[in-house]
Design a protein around this ligand. Structure first.
Ligand SMILES: *Cc1c(COP(=O)(O)O)cnc(C)c1O
Length: 384
């Protein structure tokens, strides 16, 4: 950055080469800082724009009632939890949220983690070891991939949503002590759905356990029947954190053995209070889901009219990928949209496979019809 090569440490010199390579291949990434709340309309770099790349699907991230629940808990409980939950960091706000989450997804218990990343690492490392097998969809979230690697289990990566390939891989479970089949419920970069019913049946037949990471489905669709259910609180609930839900036994075991939970400071009580409020709003205001579905339909119908090709969807999800292939093309389209006041991030490798760089457009219940129509016009102009 400062250019004075002579003073660079050996590490910085190596990193400079690597960073230059990323720049040359259009894979360099930067951030834009938002001022104020992260709602659908926001201010970024001093400029107002409409956000079409957030995971705030129900429009709760900037909801005043959720913020008030956090403020109220801050007044009562302060900021930090001060320690891991097994030491002295477990607050009654955490306990209340865990109960509400377990009830919302129809499981015996839930365990609150600091993030979805921590939840997936914690669960896989706790349940799997060297004599075990993990069968995983190739497009699973990076945290499931890293959790699987960290566990030391034999890792079989299966072609995307290929039930026959899952069945094949599961023949290896005969040689394993324990087998887990892991899949995203709604795939984060494609918006398509895992074949949960088929995978469930395969698991029953082979004595394997199904883990579904429902980060993008939680509170938008019924929680899938999976023995291990993982979801995050930072997406549709607009807060932060994650949870694992399942049997009493599963949760008690994770409390003993999930290292990313045991050795990590419990989240602030206020964030648990906020998430419980967001959960309650999401459940009591089904019109948010209805509005989201209407927005998805409006976007897809409009895209078809403009000749913008989106992949077919078995069922509507808020994730609408516009695959452009080349990363330079995706970056250019994203920049043009931003100039028109629309924020749609370009998603590039390694987040998505090589040659599938894309605009990942996401819809929210908080978008208006005219915002969607204007985005479509801008998209059509930016792609031509
Ligand atoms: C976002 C996401 C995660 C990570 O959750 P965080 O709480 O953001 O760490 C895990 N899995 C999937 C499928 C996700 O989309």
């Amino acid at each position: 950055m400062d250019g004075s090569r002579a003073t660079r440490s050996p590490l910085d010199a190596r990193l400079a080469v690597e960073l230059e390579r990323l720049r040359e291949t259009n894979l360099y990434r930067t951030r834009r800082a938002v001022s104020g709340p992260h709602g659908v309309e926001l201010v970024v770099d001093g400029k107002r724009c409409v956000n079409f790349c957030s995971n705030d699907y129900l429009g709760l991230a900037a909801d005043a009632r959720v913020a008030e629940a956090a403020r109220d808990a801050l007044r009562r409980a302060g900021t930090g939890s001060g320690a891991a939950a097994l030491v002295s960091g477990f607050n009654e706000e955490h306990a209340r949220l865990e109960q509400a989450l377990a009830q919302a997804v129809g499981r015996q218990r839930a365990l609150l983690f600091g993030s979805g990343w921590a939840a997936n690492l914690g669960v896989l490392r706790a349940l799997l070891g060297r004599d075990d097998l993990l069968v995983a969809d190739e497009l699973n979230h990076a945290s499931l991939i890293d959790g699987g690697r960290l566990s030391g289990a034999r890792y079989v990566r299966v072609p995307h949503r290929d039930v026959a390939a899952f069945a094949d891989a599961l023949t290896l479970s005969r040689d394993a002590k324990q087998t887990i089949v892991a899949t995203d419920g709604v795939f984060s970069m494609d918006g398509d759905l895992a074949p949960i019913a088929e995978l469930s049946a395969l698991c029953v037949r082979s004595g394997a356990t199904l883990l579904v990471d429902d980060a993008h489905g939680f509170m938008l669709r019924d929680a899938p029947a999976a023995e291990i259910y993982v979801a995050t609180l930072g997406k549709a609930l607009g807060c932060a954190g994650a949870f694992v839900a399942g049997s009493e036994m599963l949760i008690e075991y994770l409390i003993q053995r999930a290292r990313s939970w045991v050795f990590s400071t419990a989240p602030p009580p206020a964030i648990a209070a906020a998430a419980r409020q967001a959960l309650s709003i999401a459940r009591s205001e089904p019109e948010r889901r209805a509005k989201l579905l209407a927005n998805i339909a409006r976007f897809r119908t409009g895209a078809a009219q403009f000749g913008i090709a989106l992949p077919a969807q078995q069922e509507p999800t808020p994730i609408q990928p516009l695959i452009l292939g080349d990363q330079a093309r995706a970056l250019t389209a994203s920049r043009k949209l931003f100039e028109r006041g629309f924020w749609v991030a370009a998603i590039r490798p390694p987040t998505v496979p090589r040659g599938t760089a894309r605009l990942r457009i996401t819809l929210s219940a908080a978008h208006t019809a005219s915002q969607i129509d204007e985005l479509l016009q801008a998209l059509s102009d930016s792609l031509s």
